[in-house]
Design a protein around this ligand. Sequence first.
Ligand code: XMP
Length: 531
Amino acid sequence: MGDVRGELSREKVLVIDFGGQYNQLVARRVRECNVYCEIYSYKTDLEKIKAMNPKGIILTGGPSSCYEEGAATYSPELFSLGVPVLGLCYGAQLMSHVLGGKVERASAREYGKTEVDVDVTSPLFANVTPHTTCWMSHFDYISKLAPGFRVVATTANCPVAAAECREKGLYAIQFHPEVLHTAEGSKMLYNFVRNVCGCAGTWRMDSFVENTVREIREKVGDGKVLLALSGGVDSSVAAGLLSRAIGKQLTCVFVDHGLLRKNEGDEVESVFGEGGQFDLNFIRVNAQQRYYVKLAGVTEPERKRKIIGEEFIRVFEEEAKKIGAVDFLAQGTIYPDVVESGLGGESAVIKSHHNVGGLPDFVDFKEIIEPLRSLFKDEVRQAGLELGIPEKLVFRQPFPGPGLGVRIIGDVTAEKVRIVQDADAIYREEVDKAAAAYKKEYGKDAPWLPNQYFAALTNMRSVGVMGDERTYDYAIALRAVQTVDFMTAECSCLPWDVLQTTMSRIINEVRGVNRVLYDISSKPPGTIEFE
Ligand code: XMP
């Protein structure tokens, strides 16, 4: 929904991405200062940048060396638009290089937490402690300042940890204020966007909801909108927004594929269905048996995923046919999807189609509507709370599209689904209880608190004894991981008593299980899910 950005972007900062690993983090930190920002590739044309009328520009880090042939660069004109520019790491070096300073390779890489002395008379460092900690990660360094610049921060090994040309509103920081290891980094970014750029800080989720609701109404008119609701955070928040904007013009189709967590289908229905708090048409399709038939005897993980995805499209298509032509197909695409699929370019559309498994080919609609397209995940959650979506749903753990299908190793049956649902419910209940008790006692989250935790059904059966009876039952595997980005993960050190209570309850309460294993693998080499 391009017009959503148009409306809200009166006060906008642009983050120009030079390929650094923290580009999205920079944008999130800026938004935490209540300033809207968008990420664009360094290949973006200067005219386009100008047309967006930014209040400020931030250049990110990147892997290149700015003095090398073919390195990522930008036209010097960028620095004379009269718009404040902040260069970070590579961005700082590039700014110096382009404006006539010198950047060279240092004899040793500076990496990790580093003590830094900052000049608190610089607007960038207002209210920052003069001697603080920053996060450094660089080989190259600024060996000579560009004309008009002065040094405003130094470390033991870095003569120009930050520099400024205040008259022109140009600032360069060699370290990474966006990373939490930089103790006062958020303050520095706040100083730049709010004080140097003069942004008023109007980006807030309550106004986002209000504005987006208005824009959806304008765009949709009296048209009909169809949304595939999975019960996940993104589609739920999209449903909440659309419902507030257009009420019964919205129809949500919720496919219960029989691979959801225990009671989850009913929970989604109680929030969005008849008698729930939202005004919309809610269609629940109970396709459980259909899926179990399709999955019977299938053991190969990729094949299982494929069947689940294809069947979803078929079920959704059948429902869409019953509804007839609609004007809009809504999707819960969020900003990281847009960025990762090509920096807001054409390819963004391709990715969002992929998100729902190619739906647009099967459904009769005129246009796609993506009301969350400009939001980061934490902002989606805040918007969800604004809309009154229950916390349980808003702060739901990540759950894969193929659901329990990838948490049951081997073939899927209704009986196995029941086993893993029951075991998983017990496990999550015990972890949640222990986490809440820790927080109550110590006033903070437990150090072992996992970001994702669930039970999976191994396909292994083994001999056990219960009472005086021999058993030959399944082993449940418990997984709990701590992760920042879900690309890598460590096993969480859950307290032994939590594991023991969980084990004892699962074996006593879940028929068909006689062993409980704890998966201590990290990722890599293990993935988070089992298939
Ligand atoms: P893996 O198993 O690849 O999982 O380490 C990383 C994260 O992604 C989630 N996941 C999925 N999410 N559709 C999704 O929407 C999927 O097919 C899928 N597979 C894995 C997983 O739960 C973890 O958070």
